[in-house]
Ligand binder design. Structure first.
Ligand SMILES: Cc1ncc(COP(=O)(O)O)c(C=O)c1O
Length: 454
């Protein structure tokens, strides 16, 4: 079967457990701190925002956590997702490298986000919760939680970052189709939103701001919990289903990746593919290269500081040690909305600090070029976020060509771009420009980081 393209697993091979990298880190992660006292928090401090079953996953150091059967049942709708060998792209690039991608765009919402939306909604339902609030940047996460909420009878309110709300009316329509309520952020519905609008009525919004609004709603109403689509440990955990499947699929392919790539906004699709492989390595297995790819206009890992910071603009969340551009940093309005976040998952940041993973940043035009090249060879139009991983995979394949090396590369194609065609139109019309962040604003927002001796 030397020409095989798709490596597919049966439904009964959907993994039965998520993998937790916290069991294998050579050094434990820094504590999460209370925003007021700066003391380490305990599970009960998180209770206003999350149900206890998810909090226990957030702090767990168990290596494997069982995926509940009702969650696996929902996963049957699209999982296991295919691992695809990009043979046409390989030929086009004339590279000796083998390029594979794990395609997460087959989910109902079109990305990896339902992998955590479904368990989060299910655990909330188990805890008796009937309403969830959340934010969305690209619209992928909001659609995913809206979808998951509709499965389990939970009302979902989504604060959608203003630029994305204006640019992507069809994403909003999708969320409403699933029954969610969608509000442009900053909004007049929260103190955090009103404070921003008072200063700048035309604020384009940011993920950090939308998080503040969604958190505020949950913190004030005991009947509402908050759900986050990335960054937190339990989200990284849920996404490891991607890598667990990929490991089995490479056995079918009789191959093994040397380079593992994912784009990184809050870190979850990157972690989902990489962490199970990183775990194998930390338990004595072979080493591989892991590359997190971020936008040059919001370069959290490559340019941010490893420091304690808030997850949101209004400083309502606990303090996490992570790579951050500062919670007041306002990234320019480039097209990969899901990568426009000032911070990075504490787990991904910790792995980066320990030298276990690499990071790289790209400007958006080169990413769209790669996305178009990929679409013309492989047929799938990548989400703007995912084009960052495509760019990196192509560059790695070209490096292999220059060095005459037949390495195996795998990247996470985290989503399709069917709701992002305006970005592609802008690209074709030459209107897509490479954007740089404001150096002075970055220096200021880093200077404003909370002062914590740790
Ligand atoms: C398709 C897609 N890929 C990647 C991301 C980035 O998020 P994360 O880094 O958590 O995977 C998003 C976020 O919205 C997304 O929609």
């Amino acid at each position: 079967m030397s020409d095989q393209v798709k490596y597919v697993l049966d439904e009964d091979q959907i993994p039965k457990a998520w993998y937790n990298l916290n069991a294998d880190f050579p050094k434990p992660m820094p504590a999460v701190l209370h925003p007021g006292t700066h003391q380490p928090i305990g599970p009960s401090d998180l209770e206003p925002l999350f149900p206890m079953n998810l909090i226990l996953q957030e702090v767990s150091t168990e290596r494997y956590i069982e995926i509940p059967d009702p969650v696996r049942d929902v996963f049957r709708m699209w999982r296991p997702s295919p691992l695809i060998r990009a043979r046409r792209l390989e030929r086009l690039l004339d590279t000796p490298a083998k390029i594979y991608f794990k395609y997460e765009g087959v989910s109902p919402a079109g990305s990896h986000k339902p992998n955590t939306a479904v368990p989060q909604a299910w655990y909330n339902k188990e805890a008796g919760i009937k309403r969830l609030s959340t934010e969305t940047g690209a619209g992928q996460w909001g659609s995913s939680l809206a979808f998951a909420g509709s499965l389990f009878g939970i009302d979902v309110t989504v604060f959608q970052v203003r630029v994305s709300y204006d640019q992507k009316p069809y994403r909003r329509a999708l969320m409403e189709t699933y029954g969610a309520r969608c509000v442009a952020s900053p909004s007049n519905e929260t103190e955090a939103g009103r404070a921003v609008l008072a200063k700048d009525p035309n604020s384009p919004g940011s993920l950090g701001m939308a998080i503040s609004e969604a958190v505020e709603i949950a913190a004030k109403d005991p009947g509402v919990k908050y759900a986050l689509g990335s960054v937190l440990n339990h989200v990284m955990l849920h996404q490891t289903i991607i890598g667990e499947e990929t490991i089995r699929q490479f056995e079918l392919a009789n191959d093994d990746p040397d380079v593992v790539i994912g784009c990184a906004g809050g870190g979850s699709n990157f972690a989902g593919l990489c962490f199970p492989y990183l775990g194998l390595q930390l338990r004595g297995g072979r080493s591989r290269r892991f590359i997190a790819v971020e936008p040059a206009a919001c370069p959290t890992l490559t340019r941010g500081k490893y420091a304690y910071d808030f997850g949101d603009t209004a400083h309502l969340t606990p303090l996490m040690k992570m790579h951050t551009l500062g919670s007041t940093f306002m990234p320019p309005g480039f097209h990969a909305g899901g990568l426009r976040y000032h911070g990075m998952s504490a787990m991904v940041s910790h792995a980066y600090e320990l030298g276990l993973i690499e990071a790289r940043s790209y400007q958006q035009r080169g990413c769209f070029e790669a996305g178009v090249q990929f679409a013309r060879a492989e047929g799938i139009v990548p989400a703007p976020e995912s084009t960052h991983a495509v760019r990196c995979a192509i560059d790695e394949a070209l490096r292999c060509k220059a060095e005459g090396k037949a390495e195996t590369i795998v990247f996470n194609l985290s989503g399709h771009g069917h709701f992002d065609m305006q970005a592609y139109i802008n690209f074709f019309e030459g209107k897509l420009v490479d954007l740089d962040y404001d150096e002075a604003a970055l220096a200021q927002s880093l200077a404003d980081l909370p002062n914590i001796a740790a």
